[in-house]
Design a protein around this ligand. Sequence first.
Ligand code: SAM
Length: 166
Amino acid sequence: MWTIIRKKATQKSTILELGCGTGYNIQKARDTGIPFRHYTGFDFSEDMLKQAQEKFSGEKKVKVLQKDITLKPGKEKYDIILSTWVFSHLETPSDVANAYARQLKRGGTMFLLFLTRPAWYIHFWFYPLLRLFAADYVREEEVAAMQNKKRVVKVIGGLGTLVEIK
Ligand SMILES: C[S@@+](CC[C@H](N)C(=O)[O-])C[C@H]1O[C@@H](n2cnc3c(N)ncnc32)[C@H](O)[C@@H]1O
């Protein structure tokens, strides 16, 4: 994902992250020199946002806002939209993916990395942990319902799926 983002991103790029948490990906983009004009992170957790806001206070190019991504997106459009390890917390991930895909600028790309059911020997010990965190695998039907997919790649023995949407 980051290899493609690095190739796509320019100083003019606007980036939106859905469920930015404490800002791990923002930090990664900034510290590895991925160019962007503006990086916005949405998260609905006050605790997570507080930590992210502390990290990026004083950085004009970064904005982290409280927003539930299952609610209607705003009007702003972005060059790159990304989300990592968030969609397994959503009831209907495809609705969120399809709604935010409409917030992509022409030629923009969305990258979604989320948990999916892995091989049985991983599922066996991983699933109880997942349920402990009130999360679940994103079902195959949900992945199928995501529109305008350019690429779907299984990672970590199927535990993760990366979807690229145009
Ligand atoms: C496992 S963390 C991942 C954080 C970050 N994306 C990362 O990879 O480090 C999941 C995050 O999704 C956020 N989240 C879950 N459901 C959400 C929703 N409906 N709207 C906004 N944020 C949400 C949680 O608050 C949490 O910060």
